[in-house]
Design a protein around this ligand. Structure first.
Ligand SMILES: O=C(O)CCC(=O)C(=O)O
Ligand SMILES: [Fe+2]
Length: 433
């Protein structure tokens, strides 16, 4: 008997098809609805339906990947919340004549003042997004033992893998309500990193998606930053390239609702105020309101759902490289409004980190010099001091270790705290109340 393997040719091409829906009849193997098990040239829709046939055991995959559960986006809140006025950056303009310059102008204030903005028209389809959410949701619904097969090694500041919500929040006696899975890039550097069976089974969808986010969104934003800072267009792209080693990861994350009495004990905190650890964070916009940012006036404002959009925030290392010109904004996650407080909140993210060997020295930008953030001498010395400087990998690993290699999480106790985290000359406040 011939085993049915990945990419083995099968007879689907000759099956009956219609324009947009593909229902395979007669002669098809009894495999689950996925495009991964056969090379089918006619496929255009990521969601296929196969009619199960009871015969043809020769083509049965002995270990089919589990069926995906289906994640459904919740309705938006009807409560009038104090929304943050985030700029909307329309990436459809990027390749139009003068488009990059126009977008750079629009993004400039957002990165200087708010550190948060939303991109739309990313070229990532709703179907692609839905599939990722389904994969993430299915992952979290697996038994804990399965999820723990690949876990984050926080003693080394390594964020790749599954993070179990086992820690307590301060001294409240309340446990964390969030779990996550961080997937490293699909490049040769991470080939030997172990991946969960479910993630392996859906590799043919996750791998291109991982890169698509970088190509379609991250690369463009880095070009816009370079234009804003009057640097060569590829300046930041090269320092954060997908093909070079970095701690970048795609993340599935789920928050589980807590009883109101438990939330009351931690001031409604789901994730304490913090700045991003790496270069930039992309959050595929979701309907459950919970993310808040701290405004330039130190008020907390809610981040509003923009269907099909991606909420982006600049993080610590971009702020280091630009001497604070690009703002690493404080944000937190809180109990959602009453009409959403009992809902699971599933998130899909891409966390951008600096290249592993990128020195954390200021970029030689004429804008930083004009703004008085950088002296001519510092700009020149920066290059010379690069070999001595903290590198991207060193900073990010140390930061992750400092925040996560603890038995209890920070708590917002309303008293404020100024615990500072340092690596050589680099310094950030650990968390914010
Ligand atoms: O869940 C969110 O909306 C944001 C989470 C976050 O800030 C983080 O994981 O760094
Ligand atoms: Fe964050």
């Amino acid at each position: 008997m011939m085993p049915f393997s990945f990419f083995q040719e099968c007879s689907h091409k000759s099956s009956s098809t219609t324009n947009n829906s593909f229902t395979f009849k007669g002669g098809c193997p009894p495999i689950r609805p996925t495009i991964r098990y056969c090379k089918v040239e006619v496929l255009r829709s990521p969601r296929l339906t196969f009619e199960p046939i009871s015969s043809m055991p020769a083509l049965v995959n002995p270990n089919p990947p589990p069926e995906l559960l289906s994640w459904t986006e919740h309705p938006v809140t009807t409560e009038p919340l104090d929304w943050a006025p985030l700029a909307i950056i329309d990436l459809a303009k990027f390749d139009q004549p003068g488009g990059k310059q126009e977008l750079a102008n629009e993004l400039k204030d957002a990165v200087k003042l708010w550190g948060f903005w939303t991109v739309i028209n990313t070229g990532i389809s709703q179907e692609q997004l839905d599939r990722q959410l389904d994969i993430g949701y299915t992952f979290f619904k697996q038994p804990l033992a399965e999820k723990k097969k690949v876990v984050c090694n926080f003693s080394e500041g390594n964020y790749f893998g599954y993070r179990e919500p086992y820690r307590l929040i301060g001294k409240s006696g309340v446990k964390e309500n969030m779990e996550m899975l961080n997937l490293p890039k699909y490049t040769s550097h991470y080939e030997s990193f172990p991946r969960h069976d479910l993630i392996e089974a859906y590799k043919d969808e996750i791998q291109p998606f991982h890169r698509l986010v970088w190509d379609n969104v991250i690369r463009k934003l880095f070009i816009l930053f370079a234009i804003i800072l009057e640097l060569p267009e590829e300046y930041f792209v090269e320092k954060h390239h997908y093909d070079k080693p970095s701690e970048d990861h795609l993340r599935y994350m789920i928050y589980h609702p807590r009883p109101a009495e438990e939330d009351a004990k931690t001031g409604g905190q789901w994730s304490p105020g913090h700045t991003g650890f790496g270069a930039m964070t992309l959050l595929f916009s979701q309907s459950v309101a919970a993310l808040q940012i701290r405004t330039p006036n130190n008020e907390w404002k809610w981040v509003k759902h923009v269907p099909g959009g991606i909420t982006c925030n600049a993080a610590d290392t971009l702020s280091f490289l630009t001497k604070g010109y690009i703002k690493s904004t404080v944000h937190r996650v809180v109990r959602p409004p009453a009409d959403q407080a009992n809902l699971e909140r599933l998130g899909l993210f891409y966390f951008v980190r600096p290249g592993d060997d990128i020195p954390m020295v200021p970029v030689p930008s004429p804008v930083l010099i004009r703004e008085g953030l950088l002296s001519e001498e510092e700009a020149r010395l920066g290059e010379e001091q690069a070999s001595e400087a903290v590198k991207g990998f060193e900073y990010v690993r140390a930061r992750v270790k400092n925040v996560h290699n603890r038995n209890a999480r920070h708590v917002q106790d309303g008293k404020g705290t100024h615990e500072v985290f340092r690596v050589k000359n680099l310094e950030v406040q650990d968390f914010y109340a």
